[in-house]
Design a protein around this ligand. Structure first.
Ligand code: HEM
Length: 435
């Protein structure tokens, strides 16, 4: 159960709550780390990981239903692991699924890997596959996308105004804006966007969520069917989009494999929107809860770049990725053996007191928000990080210019999933700014 729920009045609760939290954590930390509900309640998450950073920052977890792993909770340790990609591989374990689901995956696919995509590859293969699209996600192509993203932002804010001053910002706005952007990048027609949204939510809800592996395999197969058709189309009708690059891609003169191509579509399609939308909606909630920060940003729109970094640090939508050690080594005073798995706990790194001043304060002008690890670090650093930041900056610039007075209109609700999670519902009230 979510930790530290002692009830009682505010005044009497603080000390009692702390004591109860300490007891629960020291007895039960391994189960708390893997429980999807921990990730659907930011207080539970941060209580647990603050405790780990203070008491056992590189912690060997042996939860009942999962294969064991090290939980790496400090900013410096995660950087040390991720930069050393020779000793810490992405193959074969990428994220948390139960041992039973890992076995089921193996039975169904003959592999312990969920897909042969960038996050499951290591060098030299990873470098070659990443190079296929990295130019697309670099500054030059993004420049050419800016007009389309600006138009999308205007359309999105028009829609908010048409909604009459009230909406579920997470479900009705933040979920769609990054989806549309990534579909432009991929070249998927607008009418197929609801299907993409449904499939990726099923996929991410399944990974580390309550549905388990069956939901994930279904969503995965449906994605593959869809993108096989896109490949056929782009071979006969090439366009200027990522789908055309992938449909015709070669490495060392050979066409890339079918499994790799489909996995590539999937990672671009799926990684690009639930993550970004979580930072968009979590950023708005943080601004509403911190009116002085909202006022600061409105008074000085040039702060938007720093604010976007802070939204992403604050929300850290990807909760973990794994690495596997090649050789025995030492990390944070612990001996990591060859073959051990390590969980990179990104939201914990982004509240690490040793890395950030007052990490639990949300500050739109935080000078060093950029050093957050929400995009990971090293050779696997998020391929879409510049795109995500561009989208958030453009949407917020438009939104804050044309909409005033954001207020909560109901209780926010979070997705309960240990891999990618954020707000699923954020009811807000607002009014159109005077022209
Ligand atoms: C706020 C939004 C986003 C967050 C928080 C996020 C987070 C992450 C993280 C943590 C990783 C793994 C990094 C590592 O292992 O070191 C990653 C990888 C990746 N992300 Fe993102 N991401 C976001 C948006 C996007 C977007 C918009 C795209 C668009 C295509 C994208 C595509 C990818 C891809 C393809 C990878 C795999 C890179 C590799 O393994 O080489 N992401 N992302």
């Amino acid at each position: 159960m979510p930790i530290g729920r002692t009830g009682g009045t505010r005044a009497t609760c603080q000390a009692e709550r702390r004591q109860s939290v300490e007891q629960t954590l020291s007895r039960n930390i391994d189960e708390i780390i893997v429980d999807p509900r921990t990730y659907g309640d930011e207080h539970s998450y941060h209580d647990a990981f603050r405790w780990l950073r203070a008491n056992d920052p590189v912690h060997y977890a042996t939860p009942e239903l999962y294969r064991p792993f090290w939980a790496v909770t400090r900013h410096a340790d995660i950087m040390a692991v991720e930069i050393n990609a020779k000793n810490f591989l992405n193959d074969p374990r990428q994220f948390l699924v139960t041992a039973k689901d890992e076995d089921l995956l193996f039975e169904q696919t003959g592999s312990r890997k969920f897909a042969e995509n960038l996050v499951a590859m290591d060098d030299p293969k990873h470098r070659a596959y990443r190079a296929l699209t990295s130019a697309w996600f670099g500054a030059k192509s993004l420049k050419s996308l800016e007009d389309e993203i600006n138009a999308l932002a205007r359309e999105t804010v028009d829609k908010m105004i048409d909604m009459g001053g009230e909406c579920d910002f997470a479900a009705e706005i933040a979920a769609w804006f990054p989806l549309r952007t990534i579909m432009i990048v991929l070249g998927v027609p607008r009418e197929d966007e609801p299907l993409m949204l449904h499939l990726s939510q099923k996929l991410f809800g399944a990974v580390g969520g309550v549905e388990g592996m069956a939901g994930m395999v279904d969503a995965f197969n449906a994605f593959n069917d869809y993108f096989s058709k896109v490949t056929q189309d782009r071979r006969s009708n090439p366009r200027n989009d990522v789908a055309t690059i992938l449909a015709n891609a070669t490495i060392d003169g050979e066409p890339i494999g079918e499994a790799e191509r489909n996995a590539y579509y999937l990672i671009v399609a799926a990684a690009g929107h639930d993550t970004t939308s979580s930072s968009i909606s979590g950023g708005l909630l943080a601004l509403i809860q911190n009116p002085a920060e909202m006022a600061k940003l409105r008074a000085d729109p040039a702060l938007i770049g720093k604010a976007v970094d802070e939204f992403i640090r604050w929300t850290t939508p990807v909760k973990h990725f794994f690495r596997t050690a090649v050789e025995e080594c030492e990390l944070g005073g612990k001996t990591i053996r060859a073959g051990d798995n390590l969980m990179m706990c990104y939201p914990s790194a982004n509240r690490d007191e040793a890395a950030f001043e007052a990490p639990f304060e949300f500050r739109v002008d935080r000078p060093d928000a950029r050093k957050h690890l929400a995009f990971g670090y090293g050779p696997h650093t998020c391929l879409g990080n510049a795109l995500a930041k561009l989208e958030i900056r453009i949407l917020y610039t438009e939104m804050l210019r044309r909409i005033d007075d954001f207020q909560l209109a109901g209780d926010p609700k979070w997705v309960e999933a240990s891999f990618v999670s954020g707000l699923k519902s954020l009811p807000v009230r607002y009014r159109a700014a005077a022209a």
